[in-house]
Every structure is written in C-alpha cells, then in structure tokens.
Design a protein around this ligand. Structure first.
Ligand code: 1GP
Length: 258
C-alpha cells in the first residue's frame, strides 16, 4: 500500500479521499488485459498517479485468477481490491475485497446469498472485506452486470429512490456505496443522483460506468463522488497523458461538502 500509516485498505481509501479530493481507481478486467500487457499497463498507471486497482468482472473467462494476481502484485505497490462478479474471484492474492450487495435489485442471491458462501472463505484467507452497497443505475442499453445479476437497474431519473436506497445501506452498516452505470455504459450516473445520495449519506460514494473524459470525472467529484472508477476507457486508450488527466481531474476537483 502506498500509505504506510493506513492500517487497512479501507482506511487508505478514506485517507486518499481526504488528502486528494477523490480517489482515482483503475478497474482491471483480466479477460481484457492479458498478463503480457500488465508491465506496460501498470507502469502507465503509476506514472499517471492512480490510487488503487479494482480487479474483477461480471463475466470472467480468465482461468488461473490467482496466478494473474501474483503477476500483478509483483508489478505494483498499490492496493489490489477485488471487485468480484462471482465467488470464483475471491483470492488470497488480493489486499481487500468489495463485499458487494446489489441493493438496487431484489435478487436475494446477490443481496445476501453468495455472501454466505463467501464469508468463511474470506475469513480463512485473511482477506479484508469492505461491505459495499452496490447500485446499478440505468445507463442506456442493458449492461452485463444487469443481465448477470438478474436485476433491474435504478431508474436514472429517480435520484430520490437512489438516495433512499443508499441511506438504507448506510443504516444497515455498509461502509461504501457504489453507483455504477455498468462497464462501458452509454450514459454516466447523473450528477443530480450523486448529489442526492451524498446529501443524505456520510459513507464514501464510488462512481463508475462509462466515464471517458476528465471533465466528466470532475463533474462527478464536484457532485459528491469520493472515489472514481474507470476501466473501459483506459483499456481502449492506455496512454499516460490521458490517464494522468483523468487522475488529476479526480484529485483536483473539489468534492461537494455534505
Ligand atoms: C464497471 O464501474 C466500472 O463496473 C467501470 O466502468 O468500464 O465503463 O469504466 P467502465
């Protein structure tokens, strides 16, 4: 971990948010970034000043997930945080794991089903679970996450419903919230919705899905996002200047105080 003072990945994320405005996180989907591409890709991420990696995907074809993570670990000092689409993505090679509940949906399996299977494994591996209320937000076309989780996304023009959902998650004790348009989303999470959520919630909000420009990133942070996640746009354009501009937008925009 980059911050020697933080005694957990969660604390590290809080510290980054406090110190830099918002954390900038790159999502690596092992199906889309082959092991051979990792040295150049991670070097680019370091140079650009990113804060952590999420690793995972809704539909992971890659075998040998542990091996993949070992390669990645050898290349970076940054936290590797699991963003699991399934039980097969729980690995001892991670530093922490988003313990996701799909709170925008009513599929019990993704609200509290897979969790029962995962919990003893997470404990025995000594992994840090970070409970996360995950909200899929309507973003144009149906996304893989929506299809795979058998859930309907939250309507994008209903910020009040999103805020109430997020508040319930905070009251239950979840430590992060995640508003996600889904990978490669046509439309990003609306600023009005981000503002409505952060108006009533105090736990940090992650925003991702379809983000492509520094201006979009800055607008999400100004609306209240505490952590920004980008995968697809960086996979498609892995150059240092572009990544650095995205990271700078997350770090320099002033988070709306709640
Ligand atoms: C997807 O929020 C992440 O779950 C990142 O989305 O791949 O569109 O950047 P993108």
């Amino acid at each position: 971990m980059s911050n020697a003072v933080a005694d957990s990945v969660y604390q590290h994320l809080l510290d980054v948010r406090q110190e830099r405005g918002a954390a900038f996180i790159v999502l690596i989907d092992p199906d889309k970034c082959a092991v051979e591409m990792l040295p150049a890709f991670t070097a680019c991420c370091h140079e650009a000043g990113i804060d952590a990696f999420f690793v995972g995907g809704s539909l992971l074809h890659a075998t040998a997930f542990d091996d993949y993570l070992r390669h990645l670990r050898a290349l970076t000092h940054l936290p590797l945080i699991g963003f699991p689409g399934s039980l097969g993505q729980v690995s001892a090679e991670l530093d922490a794991l988003l313990f996701l509940s799909v709170i925008s949906g009513r599929n019990a399996e993704y609200l509290f089903g897979q969790h029962v299977h995962a919990a003893p494994i997470i404990r025995s591996l000594g992994l840090e679970p970070i409970s996360t209320g995950y909200m899929l937000i309507e973003s144009g076309r149906a996304t893989t996450a929506q299809y795979m989780s058998h859930t309907m996304p939250l309507p994008r023009h209903k910020p009040d419903v999103a805020a109430a959902t997020a508040l319930a998650a905070e009251m239950v004790g979840m430590r992060l919230l995640y508003a996600d348009g889904g990978s490669g989303a046509d439309q990003t999470v609306p600023e009005e919705m981000i503002a409505a959520i952060t108006e009533v919630c105090t736990v940090p909000l992650i925003v991702g899905g379809g983000l492509r420009t520094p201006d979009e990133v800055a607008r999400k942070v100004r609306a209240g996002a505490g952590l920004i996640v980008i995968g697809t746009a960086i996979e498609q354009r892995p150059d240092i200047a572009y990544m650095a501009d995205l990271a700078a937008a997350a770090h320099s925009a002033v988070t709306r105080s709640v």
